[in-house]
Design a protein around this ligand. Sequence first.
Ligand code: FAD
Length: 464
Amino acid sequence: MCSLISHCEVNKIAKYDVCILGAGVAGAAIAAYLGKNNLKVAIVDRFLGERDTIVGELLQPGGVRLLSEMGLSCFLDDLDAQKVYGYNVINDGKSCLVPYPDVNGKLHGFGFRNGKFVMNMRKYLRDLPNVDLIEGKVTSLNFDDSRISGFTFLPKGGEKSQTIEAHLTVVSDGPSSKFRNKLSNPEVEINGHFLGIILEDCALPYENHGHLVMGDHPPFVMYPINRKEIRVLIDFPGTTVPRINEELKNELRENFYDAMPSSLKDAFISAVEKGRLKVMPNHRLPAKPFKVGGAVLLGDSLNMRHPLTGGGMTAAFSDVKFLGDKILSIKDITDTVILDGHIRAFYIDRHRGSQTINILADALYKVVLNKDLRDAFFDYIEQGGRYAGEPMALLGGISKDKSMLIKHFFAVANHGTRKKLIRAEIMSIGSSVTMLRDAVKIITPLLKSEHPDKATKFVLNTIS
Ligand SMILES: Cc1cc2nc3c(=O)[nH]c(=O)nc-3n(C[C@H](O)[C@H](O)[C@H](O)COP(=O)(O)OP(=O)(O)OC[C@H]3O[C@@H](n4cnc5c(N)ncnc54)[C@H](O)[C@@H]3O)c2cc1C
């Protein structure tokens, strides 16, 4: 046994089928899925109170469907969650309503407070007799020969560390993961920041819809998170973290007031005055796991994409279902060869569930920042029918058809090019070529990064 901390400091060792680091969106969901199917699970999080965050507040219809498929729709109960039927896309003040394609009238997403949602998940875990939900900070992953055998944590208020052993360790410690580099080759990029504000007691131009507002200002998104509150996320491109001070408040008033729909202007000014502003970095992290016996990465510690499209939780639930189904299909979880084989299969198969969400999120963000492509995109979805419906099915996590995504992406660029050429402006040939070149530059690296990494195929025997 080569635990990273000496055993004389350790209070207690407990044995489980699965132990999970982090009881956030991904960790709590996999604990619930495995726990309700009778596996013995321990899950540890450094903070079990209600978190106040601006992330994870719009769940796309694909995520709602995944929860239902796993028998976990109750996570959405009693949240004052608001149904979301599609988006109102605004470009330079012009509006276009694009609903999710819905053949039987039942498809929608949900907006809610993330803190309340995660508390619901944890309440569910507390009610499962074979799941132990523990408050404590995980300080190390432990190794037994070349396999991960569990982790050590310092319980809240305790002085002595405790160790948990399990056949499988799930590492889901979120966007700022301290442990992902033990299980992957992470290349984390920061693509700007979102500044979050809550607008109170006002009405969106289209209630029960997300709003994407584009123009000669950085983009922002809005959606209802309960009956009284609307979340606004404003993009600050670049790597500089916006500092919350009077200067920033002035910038918000100057740059975004005009673009705010009129029904929200007063509430926006009042929210800026009150100063309840929060900032989060927007990451991109292609999944590059390597196979380590007995452990698996899940959620933002494995893979991140731009939050513009609100796809992170849907991607996480897709992974939870792929991984959960693989683990639950194992007859004997002590069989390390079978277990490790299933983890490897998860890393390869998971792309089928998350690649379109990831590609679309990062591609759309770049489109929105590029005036020609943004105008072409708006014009394209304004045609309605499948020009709006299919992209919305991809954004909602309802369709996972990668070829359809590529087809629409290039069709947008073609559409913009054609429109420019029809106008027969002298400059239009040059800018059409630039638009097509930009489109290729945007999509090519995203497509490349959505393949299972070659390293997944190798078992690394030398873990330090
Ligand atoms: C600005 C922004 C807005 C977003 N909006 C949306 C949206 O509207 N819709 C959407 O689907 N996605 C959205 N996302 C993405 C989404 O929030 C994430 O994909 C999702 O929350 C990932 O879940 P997770 O479980 O990996 O991480 P988290 O939910 O962050 O959970 C990680 C958990 O690990 C715990 N932890 C960390 N380290 C330790 C340790 N050492 N010991 C014990 N516990 C530890 C933390 O306390 C935390 O509870 C957004 C992201 C950003 C940045």
